[in-house]
Design a protein around this ligand. Sequence first.
Ligand code: SF4
Length: 488
Amino acid sequence: MNLTHPFLDTNGDKLREECGVFGVINIPDASAMAALGLHSLQHRGQEAAGITSYDGDRFYSLRGTGHVADNFSSEEALGELPGHMAAGHVRYSTTGGSGLRNVQPLYADLASGGFAVAHNGNISNAQTLRHELVSRGAIFQSTSDTEVIIHLVATSRYPTIVDRLVDALRMVEGAYSLIVMTPEGMIACRDPHGIRPLVMGKIGKTTVFASESVAFDVIGAEFVREVEPGELIRIGFDGELETLRPFGDIKPRPCIFEHVYFSRPDSVFVGQSVYSSRKSIGEQLAIESPADVDLVVPVPDSGVPAAIGYAQQAGVPFELGIIRSHYVGRTFIQPTQGARSSSVSLKHNANSALVKGKRIVLIDDSLVRGTTSIKIVQMMRDAGATEVHFRVASPPFAHSCFYGVDTPEREKLLAARMDLEPMREYIGADSLAFVSIDGLYRAVGLEKRENTCPQYCDACFTGEYPTSLTDMNARKNADAQLSFDKVD
Ligand code: SF4
């Protein structure tokens, strides 16, 4: 393995979901349920977690860095969060930095009373709105895009809190699934395209909201339905539910990558089991790009369901040719550059007895920078595989995400820099293929992508973003102006 390769740093080679949200109203000790729900959403963000509760009189907040269990597993911690309504958040920061002041839910005392918000997604005109607000005298406490929503609500002239929230959200573009708490109850809402997920469940008279349905399984809640794209649901302390659709008729475009990678396989997304979506992607891949091999080997863990689908479709044995260590934490101390470069071998090890002398096809969910793939292909060769083919259960990832997913800058995305053959050569595989965009749509239960009006957000594959990208365009214009000034 060439440790001096310029792209061997594996940091940033996996996409990270920015956040998960959870809300519960009308149950005693709501924060304990929020902690359980958040625990099941831990895969959506491991950097920090927070819960805010309300007891009919006051709001209480506890936020900390690290995992949910690090912050909310003790009776002491939950004792600081009394009340019958609670909202929680797990975070992986992309915008706004990782400081404690950005850990959600964010809270503000508004003229109308307390206002707490937990947000999954990213507002693509947050910087522009923030500049305007600051120029009008607003003072920000955090660098999070979510705080823009609080300031817009605070300065809205509408009389009710729901109208003020709607007024604020009309100015916002991008992706947001929100859980809001006020002294009147809970509001859950999803941006007009429904880019990030949000689902509603019930346990008796208790209503729960979560980023993914898996949270309901864990707390014993019944899945009711998705919060629809562009829908705002308000629940009072009497349990009454009111639903509004203030943004008109806009075509939903939920993130197709939830099917590919972000959601847990035991969740249901847009009416389909995520596990079965992933298996179907593997089947499509086997139909579109067969490989003459002895074994189908998943890149663990996210490549497993697609590899099962591929193997079943191809009639080739599925085997665990790579074993993953579950004990490599993000905080593992890697004192030297050499040690850092071997992090893939710490996490993955070849099952040499199995792959030696075999022709194998590796299945991974995505190829982002390709840095991990190089090492895994080499690891299989070192273990004695005679041929190593590579299949990817998503189309080439060639564009950055601006909707709350941590992606490297476009120049670092392998598919933005290279065509197929150079990519194959770069990762060192005998052959390389990606599932087609229509194959991906077929796997999630649709006939094909409607090119004039796509059913999902697939911008990271196609570059067709469902919303304007005001901040990014402003940055581009500023850069262009700068180079113009320099030439001048
Ligand atoms: S750009 Fe990609 S990752 Fe981002 S929301 Fe759209 S489909 Fe999902």
